[in-house]
Ligand binder design. Structure first.
Ligand code: NAD
Length: 292
């Protein structure tokens, strides 16, 4: 079994990005600048957004964190987005999800200028992704492709079962892996909460991407020997033995499934760090587009 080490791979990618930033600066170009907007005080969202800002520091990017109260109106949030859209110093920005219930998430994502949409959530970028045109590929699927590439996991002609049909992970992942691309050309089944006989499907899978949000959902009796497992799930589970009071659990029962797997991502240290690295990569891409 080979561990698909997202922590190490993400560190490698960040080193590569840091070198490119130095090169840009040496050429007198501006420093890449990523902004993040967060609404409210959700613990998990704050952890993710802080990790993104910290990652910017590590690669030499500038970063701006805009914190808005839980009670912010949709109109005020749209105003903040418009300010970021026209600020020429900002190369890309993200709006950390989820947003409070009184705000229309889709309306907010539509307001982000596609050229600064480094999360790749705007319909223009989703459309380009679907047509296999150059775009910002949303960071989690992009990170999974990169991990498969760097560990030489074969996808051509393989049967991939993606579990979960979210717009940010499962669906784009299923599209990307089915496309004619380096890590693609797979036969993809997209499973979800209404799928019947899931186990029959997963037992046929050469590669399984689990993006469900149910801790340890995928058990050893649901996979075949030699399978590749990508575990996207991150759920906080109360754990009094931990200093922060919780532990992170993936969607895969790692201990038992790892015994049958050829490749497997751990949680934490798998897909999570890759997501952050690819967000930085998209920001750098935005800068390169402007420079070219
Ligand atoms: P989501 O929470 O929007 O939806 C869950 C999906 O799981 C749905 O499409 C649903 O149909 C499917 N599902 C639910 N129960 C099922 C069942 N019994 N059988 C089959 N499918 C079922 O999805 P999401 O936003 O992609 O998040 C999924 C998980 O991935 C969460 O734990 C989330 O925290 C995590 N996540 C991690 C990263 C990362 O960077 N590692 C990024 C995004 C999301």
């Amino acid at each position: 079994m080979t561990l698909l080490d997202g922590k190490k791979t993400a560190a490698d990618i960040k080193s590569e990005i840091a070198l490119e930033v130095i090169e840009l600066k040496n050429k007198g170009k501006k420093t890449p600048h990523l902004a993040a907007v967060i609404v409210g005080n959700d613990g998990a969202s704050l952890t993710y957004v802080n990790a993104k800002v910290k990652a910017c520091d590590r690669v030499g990017f500038e970063s701006t964190l805009i914190r808005l109260p839980e009670t912010v109106t949709e109109e005020d949030l749209l105003n903040e987005i418009n300010i970021l859209n026209i600020d020429t110093d900002i190369d890309g920005f993200i709006v950390q999800l989820p947003l409070p219930k009184h705000i229309d998430e889709q309306k907010i994502l539509m307001a982000v200028h596609p050229d600064k949409d480094v999360d790749g959530f705007h319909p223009t970028n989703v459309g380009k992704l679907t047509l296999n045109l150059p775009t910002f590929i949303s960071a989690t699927p992009f990170g999974i492709l990169e991990l498969l590439e760097r560990y030489n996991v074969e996808t051509v002609g393989k049967h991939v079962v993606v579990i979960g049909r979210s717009n940010i992970v499962g669906r784009p992942m299923s599209i990307l892996l089915s496309q004619k691309r380096t890590k693609g050309n797979a036969t993809v089944t997209l499973a979800h909460s209404r799928t019947q006989n899931l186990k029959e499907l997963t037992l046929q899978a050469d590669i399984i991407v689990a993006a469900i949000g149910i801790p340890e959902f995928l058990k050893a009796d649901m996979v075949k020997d030699g399978v590749t497992i990508v575990d996207v799930g991150i759920t906080r589970i109360a754990d009094s033995r931990k200093k922060n009071g919780y532990r992170l659990a993936g969607d895969v029962h790692f201990e038992s499934v790892a015994k049958k797997a050829a490749f497997i991502t751990p949680v934490p240290g798998g897909v999570g760090p890759m997501t952050i690295a690819m967000l930085l990569k998209n920001t750098l891409l935005s800068v390169k587009r402007k420079n070219s």
